[in-house]
Write a protein that binds this ligand. Structure first.
Ligand code: ARG
Length: 585
């Protein structure tokens, strides 16, 4: 609900009390956006629902409310329609005043939150030496967007990369590293083993085929856990190498993240199990320490425990998450912790959330949220794979998007006989390609699977990044064509609305704060995408119907302001999605 709607609701509530007495304090006036713009902007349906209670005809109730209703600053005279709807139409002068106010506001009318708090977004979080796959790409894009929105609202956000940098797989990797690249462990040089993913595959093959090697690997795990220096050194080299590979992706996508991997919580693991035991939550099951929780069963319907310490004494993913949630609450003082992973991990999160609750580790005011997302599908509707059936490497995926965007700009240049520098072409290709991938991900409801299609995401029409970027470019084109400095339209420049497409655009521009607070609450970035898509659409309709540079003053300046406000809103909105704009493309 935006500020205007909020105000109207309050006024209606006052009118209700004015008409029927204190008994009606706090009654919901059932204010909704009008179904049909013909009837105005909002309608209040409360008269219908009170009919029985008051023993009156709804129309009579509506009349009594309207008599006490003072909304003259915001609305035209209220009208009663049908069985007893109260229709409200926003005054032009009110819209103009609102718009004229946000011209001067850097935040375009979006207030900072009244309750700034420390929030953690745990996202991306790939695993060392394993592939960073499309699932991590989704987590990265969605998590970054959520973090940006929370930051913009004025929260203190800690962006955490909970990388999988610990676990038994390191025994195998280190043992293999000793075999194939012993010099790496004795020299100060960086590791030179090429692609870590390949290295992982080879190590795994070695592991699966040789029992002696398995034993060596097991000993390396023990050494690693005991903190043996040479083993730790090898571990660090492997992490370093992975980090370099991840950084390529983060740099391309412009992602800021603080790495705090699983290994960070190592020292806290024994205490987690100990405290769970003290709380009486642990049961031994075939030598493993388990927490049994309500509502979790396996396929056979047997209780599914959360294992916090394995039979061999080792800790696991869940133990680490329990340690990290405590750390984040106690040390980081987080009030909201948001975990962005695929929906497949739902059980894991629900289980450890519940275990932490039961152990009384989660104070009342702290909220834990698992932000889930669906799978990335190929155009065949199956899990996204390369043609040969391998998982797609992220670097390749992004490069492909850029190269396709490049082909597109090149062919447009050729067609229009336009000449541009290599630098220009490269930049356009990169921004368009990467935005297309991000936008395609964010514009779908994250809880569902989505189909990855280069053709679709790079299309110039539809709910795509290029469409949005074009709308922005168009606004900038107007300023270039008319030689106009949008930031300097004069002290007295004002919006004056006359045409229907101007009204539609104006109202939409004023809804930004509502959308952003919705996304902040529900953590659904596609809402912001929808908003921006509609904005581009409404702007284009306005632009088709209303001459800007060719119109007379004061209309011309007013329309220039609408262009400028659209541009600023698009730029801000896209920035919150992690997407850069282009002045020309
Ligand atoms: N490394 C995990 C994976 O690749 C994701 C970690 C998510 N964060 C967390 N605190 N569990 O699936």
């Amino acid at each position: 609900m935006n500020a205007t709607q909020e105000q109207l609701k309050l006024k209606l509530q006052q009118a209700l009390v004015g008409a029927f007495g204190d008994e009606y304090v706090g009654v919901d006036p059932v204010l909704e956006p009008a179904k049909n713009p013909k009837f105005g902007d909002f309608q209040a349906n409360v008269a219908l629902s009170l009919s029985k209670q008051l023993g009156m005809q709804p129309r009579a109730i509506a009349t009594a409310i309207v008599e006490k209703l003072d909304v003259s600053e915001i609305c035209e005279l209220p009208e009663i329609a049908g069985p007893g709807f109260i229709n409200l139409k926003i005054k032009t002068s009110y819209l103009e005043t609102q718009l004229n106010a946000i011209i001067k506001d850097e935040r375009l009318g979006v207030p900072k939150t009244q309750n700034p708090q420390k929030e953690i977004v745990d996202f991306s979080s790939p695993n060392i030496a394993k592939e960073m796959h499309v699932g991590h790409l989704r987590s990265t894009i969605i998590g970054d967007c959520i973090a940006r929105i929370l930051e913009f609202r004025g929260h203190e956000v800690l962006r955490l990369n909970h990388v999988g940098d610990w676990g038994t797989q390191f025994g195998m990797l280190i043992a293999y590293l000793r075999e194939v690249s012993p010099e790496a462990l004795t020299t100060a040089n960086a590791l030179n083993i090429g692609d870590l993913v390949n290295f992982y595959r080879q190590a795994k093959q070695r592991f699966d085929n040789d029992e002696n090697f398995q034993e060596t690997a097991r000993q390396e795990v023990v050494k690693l856990q005991a903190g043996a220096e040479d083993t730790l050194h090898a571990w660090k080299l492997l992490c370093e190498q992975s980090r370099k590979e991840f950084k390529v992706i983060y740099d391309l996508l412009d992602i800021k993240l603080e790495e705090r991997g699983e290994s960070f919580y190592n020292p806290y693991l024994p205490k987690v199990v100990e405290d769970l035991e003290t709380a009486g939550l642990v049961e031994e099951n075939q030598g493993a320490k388990c927490v049994f929780l309500e509502g979790f069963t396996n396929r056979e319907g047997d209780p599914l425990p959360l294992i916090v310490q394995k039979t061999d004494g080792g800790y696991n993913y869940a133990t680490t998450d329990l340690a990290s949630v405590r750390y984040r609450i106690q040390e980081d003082q987080a009030k909201r912790i948001i975990y962005v992973t695929d929906v497949g991990q739902t059980n894991h999160f629900n289980q450890f959330f519940q275990a932490a609750e039961k152990a009384n580790w989660i104070p009342e005011e702290v909220e834990l949220i698992h932000v889930t997302f669906g799978l990335v599908l190929g155009e065949d509707g199956k899990k996204f794979k390369t043609r040969s059936g391998d998982t797609v490497r992220l670097k390749d995926l992004l490069d492909e998007a850029i190269s396709r965007a490049r082909k597109d700009i090149e062919s447009r240049l050729e067609k229009d006989e336009r000449e541009e520098t290599e630098e220009f072409i490269k930049n356009v290709a990169e921004v368009v390609g990467l935005s297309a991938v991000k936008y395609a991900d964010l514009s779908h409801n994250r809880t569902k699977d989505y189909v990855f299609s280069y053709d679709q995401m790079l299309a110039l029409k539809g709910n795509t990044a290029p469409y949005m970027l074009y709308a922005y470019v168009r606004t900038q084109g107007i300023s270039r064509e008319g030689n106009i400095d949008f930031d300097n339209l004069g002290e007295n420049a004002k919006v004056l609305l006359t045409e229907p497409t101007e009204f539609t655009l104006a109202k939409h521009l004023l809804q930004l704060d509502e959308v952003i607070s919705e996304v902040e609450q529900e953590l659904l970035p596609h809402r912001l995408c929808d908003y921006l898509y509609n904005l581009s659409d409404k702007f284009n309709k306005f632009y088709e119907n209303c001459p800007v540079l060719k119109s007379e003053e004061p209309t011309k300046t007013s329309r220039l302001i609408l262009c400028h406000l659209t541009a600023r809103t698009l730029k801000l909105g896209l920035d919150l999605l992690g997407i850069k704009v282009l002045e020309r493309m």
